[in-house]
Design a protein around this ligand. Structure first.
Ligand SMILES: [Fe+2]
Length: 291
């Protein structure tokens, strides 16, 4: 790596890891991510969170009464919301709402498009969860896959929030050279996968999430988490196909990703068939969160 890039990497790393520049996340976010990984966590653990955080409980009630879930005005208490929406979905709402909220008030690069970023992240989260459910014979837990997909581009969010000039430089380089954002980052010497991994490690995200953040563009280093990384890579590929206009037909899956994910080609195709229904659901879900 050229000297210029080494100094960019070092400087960026120092900034990202400095508590003055990047404040710690809310304890609520820590707790939710912890619970999302804990297979023994039950409704009581989440109810405990809701009691301590009125903002989160009113968000759940608002979501339950939104057009997206279709119970308009009929859900008065959390107990009923959990029964109607389902515990897995409640967990997904919690982690999504809290992470979006964490960055909503932060000054970001003016080029950062919140709606586009979050709708893509949400779609990758849902697709990762659904693809993982198709991995027959494997132990599966909805929480981690949704969160891994949701946070796969965590580094891009962090660059836009805390290295805003560099975020703009990436966009300019990509546009000028007609290349993808990741390629532009590589040319400039600092990628969102590196940045995301640094902060995810500092914030104590679980190993699976950290590996997906670090390896979702280059899965060779995913090691023990190659299955999780492959699922999120396939989900990301399908999401990009659905969200980037003119991308037809459905892209073939990478053979290595299919193998590592334990998915069959038919599973991938079946998921692709549902993609536009899921995408319109994502729009509704995101709109409900903003209400
Ligand atoms: Fe990415």
């Amino acid at each position: 790596m050229p000297e210029k890039n080494e100094s960019l990497t070092q400087k960026a790393r120092q900034l990202i890891l400095s508590a003055d520049h990047v404040p710690a996340p809310s304890p609520l976010l820590f707790r939710i991510i912890e619970l999302m990984q804990d297979e023994k966590a039950d409704v009581r653990d989440f109810k405990d969170l809701f009691t301590r955080d009125p903002g989160l409980s009113s968000c759940i009630l608002r979501m339950a009464n939104s057009a997206y879930y279709g119970y308009r005005g009929r859900v008065k208490d959390l107990e009923r919301a959990i029964i109607l929406i389902g515990f897995d979905e409640i967990k997904n709402i919690c982690v999504t709402a809290v992470i979006i909220q964490q960055f909503a008030k932060k000054d970001m690069s003016s080029s950062f498009m919140h709606d586009l970023f979050w709708k893509h992240s949400l779609l990758v989260g849902i697709l990762s969860k659904e693809l993982a459910a198709r991995c027959e014979g494997k132990q599966w837990c909805a929480g981690p896959y949704y969160t891994m997909g949701l946070l796969h581009d965590f580094g891009r969010l962090i660059i836009a929030a805390f290295l805003a000039d560099y975020f703009d430089e990436i966009l300019q380089r990509a546009e000028k050279e007609g290349i993808g954002l990741f390629e532009a980052e590589r040319e400039l010497g600092l990628t969102h996968t590196q940045v995301g991994y640094w902060l995810a490690s500092k914030w104590g995200f679980p190993a699976g999430i950290r590996h997906v953040i670090a390896c979702h563009h280059e899965s060779d280093a995913a090691g023990k988490y190659s299955m999780e990384t492959a699922v999120v890579r396939l989900a990301n590929q399908l999401a990009r196909y659905a969200q980037e206009p003119g991308n037809t037909p459905v892209p073939d899956p990478d053979r290595q990703d299919l193998k590592a994910s334990c998915l069959e080609l038919d599973d991938y195709k079946a998921q692709a068939d549902r993609i536009f229904d899921i995408l319109s659901g994502v729009d509704g879900f995101y709109d409900a969160l903003q209400e």
